[in-house]
Design a protein. Structure first.
Lengths: 114, 115
């Protein structure tokens, strides 16, 4: 059974550009969440999608957005990139709407903004 | 809002020994879940163990066990018979009940298992 797949693994962008990251959840999983991991701020919740609807949103500026498709695949977009957006972006999926069983995480996309 | 604190940025342990990682949290919620995740150099977060706040019994998964003290808001992880493969970052995390899938993480503890 395939795990959570995030593409690309690595990405280098220039300040001011925009970027789209992709996450394919485990087959059958309907909930997808995104996290940003940086050395300074640690792991911070970005947003969660469940059945194509954004259900929770973290404290990030509007430059960060996401969506979920009918096949549960999710994308997140960051516009007008800043140097501080350099981070590991982790996606996690869950079968249930409230996963007290814990997520399954992907291996992340490492974004570097130069 | 919830906060999760891991007071030990780094720890080391000899192979086959036992180590305990600390975690405290702050919340006004009564129903919630607590987790320990492991992040090896491969970057993928792996669930180690989970605990429901309404359960008094401490969770155990093979060599991993927790000491959950709800009144003290403490949730420590004990790793017995440490193995080289246990070397990783360990994160304590909190999730409210019935609030969707949103984790609040602690800052992490880097654990090094020495041969």
């Amino acid at each position: 059974k395939a795990g959570v797949t995030q593409t690309p693994r690595y990405l280098i962008k220039t300040r001011g550009q925009q970027v789209t990251l992709s996450c394919s959840p485990i087959s059958g999983h309907r909930s997808v969440s995104w996290y940003q991991q940086t050395p300074g701020q640690g792991l911070q919740f970005l947003f969660e999608y469940f059945s194509e609807t954004q259900r929770n949103k973290g404290n990030f500026p509007g430059r960060f957005s996401g969506r979920q498709f009918s096949n549960s695949r999710s994308e997140m977009n960051v516009s007008t990139l800043e140097l501080g957006d350099s981070a590991l972006y982790l996606c996690a999926s869950s079968l249930f709407g409230s996963t007290n069983y814990g997520y399954t995480f992907g291996s992340g996309t490492r974004l570097t903004v130069v | 809002a919830q906060t999760v604190t891991q007071s030990q940025p780094e720890m080391s342990v000899q192979e086959a020994e036992t180590v305990t990682l600390s975690c405290t949290y702050d919340t006004s919620e009564n129903n919630y879940y607590l987790f320990w995740y492991k992040q090896p150099p491969s970057r993928q977060m792996i669930l180690v163990i989970r605990q429901e706040a309404y359960k008094q019994q401490n969770a155990t998964e093979n060599r991993f066990s927790v000491n959950f003290q709800k009144a003290a808001k403490s949730f420590s992880l004990k790793i017995s018979d440490s193995q080289l493969g246990d070397t990783a970052m360990y994160f304590c995390a909190f999730m409210k009940d019935n609030a969707g899938n949103m984790l609040t993480f602690g800052g992490g503890t880097r654990l090094m298992v020495k041969p």
